[in-house]
Design a binder for this molecule. Sequence first.
Ligand code: KG4
Ligand code: ZN
Length: 354
Amino acid sequence: MEKENIQAASNGRRDTIRILGIETSCDETAASIIADGKVVLSSVVASQAKLHEKYGGVVPEIASRAHIEKIYPVISETIEQANLTKDDIDAIAVANQPGLTIALIVGVTAAKTLSFAWNKPLIGINHIHAHMQSAIMDAEDFEAPAAALIVSGGHTSLYNYQSPLKPELLGSTIDDAAGEAFDKVAMILGLPYPGGPSIEKASKDGDPKARNFPRTMLDKDSLDFSFSGIKTAVLYHCQGQNMKGHNKAASMSKQEIADIAASFQKAVVDVLVKKTQRAADRIEAKSVLIGGGVGANTVLRNAMQDMCDASGRKLLIAPKRYCTDNAVMVASLAYHKFKEGLFADLSLESKATG
Ligand code: KG4
Ligand code: ZN
């Protein structure tokens, strides 16, 4: 529950505002301290990738348990890294939606506890909006509106972005997220989790034109996405239509795997670029903003740059290290809520959607 609380904002106000951000929405336990929404004083990310590797995707119960083990060490390390004490912190921010509820709840409980024990204002942050913030926090000359694409393991959505706190949803995936498709295709090809970086690596020696995987555009005006078709196309390609054949990927040459990886990656990138351009044209965007784990993909980054150059738009894209989940983006966005006095109380809930 969010409410105006100017009182809390002005308590102990000082020139520099330092916010502790906490992120546990999926499989990274992260904490960071940011000054004035921009200056990164510390950032700690404990990745659980190794724990989920053998399952080829995030297992919510394992994620939650790992967050419980890591949350306090990660927060303590962040405060230590910033060379601060609790008295230097002005507010506690936490991603409370969307994500895996039993993962989010760990960060939310920690944030509420610190807020209560240290008597600091609490700020609830939307994880997707925070991904947008990671693309814009260093921008000097942002021109609104922007077509914002958030493309990750849990989400693939387009927004009309005018300002940090109120992005307007234009479209999103009707089935799998793009990152989820990367993870599943990597599993089919026998490549390690997380699939995005593995596919990108394998594709370096591959021919993106070797296979013609489907580029699902849906209705001609649609700004929604669908990636389940391409995932199934790769599956059929490797196991046969009736799925009775053994997985051929196990006996494929390195070159065949590289060709499939490159062709799959190109098909996904083509769709992401075309839909982002469609959204940008629709809202007459001056800029394009990209965030989320798949945004770390070099082929996507280059294709988005080419698209923006051709249409005279400025590309704002998160640095690779802040594309995947982190708490820098949480603390940075929280600064804007802090300035507006948008604080939560201890009834703040974790929500799967949002
Ligand atoms: O943003 P993120 O860390 O978590 C969510 O909010 O979902 O995104 C993780 C997703 C995973 O699916 C991962 O495979 C994908 O981002 N990813 C990539 C790359 N790096 C991470 N996908 C394509 N290319 C990459 N280089
Ligand atoms: Zn994310």
